[in-house]
Write a protein of this length. Structure first.
Length: 497
């Protein structure tokens, strides 16, 4: 018997109407797709999307084989439908429909919830949560190892004939990626450049005082013949960087670590609250270690806003859950994380302060103010998704770096209008109520695992919402997909328990 067969998939995945061979194989593919999705989500958005596509196809194939369409409704259906409808309408009437309409495909990410809630049994929830956490810990171990060993190469001098001489790069900065590949020596960078044809423009990932510096490099035949095509001198690796796991985006990684740490913290609180009946010391110790690992990785991203939102969520959830030890654990965690976070921020991001009065914070506030000025002019449907990027200077956004407003509520109101913002808040509120109600029900039954998932999901929603005030995390596919993945598991546990 194959490994997939031994997993007793009928206990994990809903099989539909009958046990026909095509339906069973479609279910096995669906199970593998969900497993790959949980394993890849913390590391690669491309792999996660491919896994999600496999799940969609297997779902359709199974239902065609059984000649019955399976679809499970959830409490979020109505607010999500309203939000999606307003998004479509705002894109049709966008200031730049050519930009906004292709962005509608991002609505497909909400299908994560329905794939899970329709096709997963309650017995598969713990398996997928375990797969997600174990896979994420691999990325954390990589980040910690990289922090100890160092990253990239520290630039000590830039030659006059260097292709980087006219860029913003300066001695003391760190180059750690060329053409989206990690480098730690001039030889590695040269080999990457030689593999590209003349005329191509490569992105050079550089860091200045811990923050990214945008640099590009045009490949030429003459450049490819040089032994040192970058035209720089380097000396060793840097440890002053913001960890990002296997990805390039430390901000995204911070959001993911916040979600995982809060999810684990929920399991820790539930285990303590139900200690006399269920929790064992080994389980508590394991949860503590996992929680500390994710919290430390979050601190090492040096993302002040996400660290602050994490602290807010810890305190809020600990007070909400109550109990004798929850506030003590929260205070210890907050003081420890706050101290580590303060040290990491000041040592890694040398030009950034803890009181949010530096250039980084000023730019964010300027983006937000520009967005707020536009919202009253387009209150009902907004300007359309990303339409403001075509009118950056014209509409008064500062600087020449075209981005978003760095605030989820402001960006949604700007892109889709105030009614869509109301639907978004409605959606988040329904998900919070669903998680809290599930926690109370599981607590009455003494179900540790379900209680942990529910309170963890509630904490995740609090942290995600707090961070969204100064980060457009709703537009971050990885963070949003992980949030929806967890909420899909919550919906399964609520429906089947």
């Amino acid at each position: 018997m194959s490994f997939v067969s031994r997993l007793r998939l009928t206990d994990v995945i809903l099989t539909g109407i009958d046990d026909s061979t095509p339906a069973l194989w479609a279910n096995r593919i669906l199970f593998c797709g969900l497993t790959l999705f949980a394993l890849s989500l913390p590391h690669s958005i491309a792999a996660a999307q491919i896994s999600l596509g496999i799940c969609f196809l297997a779902w359709i194939g199974r239902d065609l084989a059984t000649r019955r369409f399976n679809f499970t409704r959830t409490p979020i259906d109505l607010p999500l439908l309203c939000f999606a409808s307003l998004t479509v309408i705002s894109s049709v009437f966008s200031v730049e429909p050519g930009v906004s309409l292709p962005k509608l495909k991002t609505l497909l990410v909400f299908g994560v919830i329905y794939i899970i809630v329709t096709n997963l049994r309650a017995g598969g929830v713990a398996f997928l949560v375990g797969a997600l956490i174990v896979s994420s810990l691999v990325g954390v171990c990589f980040s910690l190892t990289e922090k100890v060993c160092g990253r990239g190469m520290i630039v000590t001098a830039i030659d006059a004939d260097s292709p980087l001489a006219g860029s913003r790069l300066q001695p003391g900065d760190v180059i750690w990626m060329v053409g989206r590949r990690r480098v730690s020596s001039i030889e590695e960078a040269a080999n990457i450049i030689r593999r590209h044809r003349a005329g191509q423009v490569l992105g050079v990932e550089a860091l200045h005082a811990g923050d990214p510096v945008p640099v590009t490099l045009a490949v030429t035949e003459e450049l490819k013949t040089r032994s040192n095509p970058l035209g720089i001198s380097v000396n060793g690796r840097s440890r002053q960087f913001r960890v990002s796991g296997f990805s390039r985006q430390f901000q995204t990684y911070a959001e993911l670590m916040q979600i995982l740490a809060l999810l684990t913290y929920g399991g820790l609180l539930a285990s303590i609250k139900l200690w006399k009946r269920h929790a064992a010391r080994t389980r508590l110790l394991l949860l503590c270690l996992v929680f500390v690992s994710f919290a430390l990785a979050l601190a090492l991203t040096a993302s002040r806003a996400v660290i602050a939102s994490f602290i807010v969520a810890l305190l809020f959830v600990s007070i909400s859950v109550g109990g004798r030890f929850a506030p003590v654990i929260a205070v210890v965690a907050v003081l420890t994380l706050g101290g580590v976070g303060a040290y990491v921020v000041t040592s890694t991001r040398q030009q950034v302060t803890l009181n949010f009065n530096d250039d980084s914070a000023s730019r964010r506030l300027a983006y937000m103010r520009a967005g707020l000025r536009l919202i009253p002019q387009y209150p009902l449907l907004g300007v359309g998704i990303d339409a403001h990027k075509r009118h950056w200077e014209e509409w008064g956004f500062p600087g020449d770096y075209v981005t978003h407003t760095h605030s989820t509520p402001i960006q949604i109101a700007l892109d889709r209008g105030l009614p869509a913002l109301g639907c978004y808040l409605w959606l988040m509120g329904v998900m919070m109520a669903m998680a809290w109600r599930g926690f109370k029900q599981a607590l009455q039954k003494g179900d540790v695992k379900t209680s942990g998932l529910m309170i963890g999901a509630f904490a995740v929603l609090i942290g995600f919402s707090a961070s969204s005030l100064v980060n457009y995390n709703f537009g971050d596919s990885e963070a949003l997909m992980m949030l929806l993945f967890i909420m899909g598991l919550v919906a399964v546990a609520n429906i089947q328990n």
